[in-house]
Design a protein around this ligand. Structure first.
Ligand SMILES: [Zn+2]
Length: 48
């Protein structure tokens, strides 16, 4: 599977890369990832 997802901070619109990845967790609904930005905002994404 190829992943090409761009994550953007909800707080400051910065792009979030792997270095901002704080937590990833697989659930029945998909993979949830929590990114913590340098500004302190946490953005959660769900990949199906
Ligand atoms: Zn930010």
């Amino acid at each position: 599977m190829i992943e090409n997802i761009t994550n953007t901070c909800e707080g400051c619109d910065r792009s979030l890369g792997e270095n901002a990845l704080m937590l990833s967790m697989r659930t029945e609904g998909g993979e949830r990832r929590a990114y913590e930005c340098a500004c302190g905002a946490v953005t959660v994404t769900v990949t199906r």
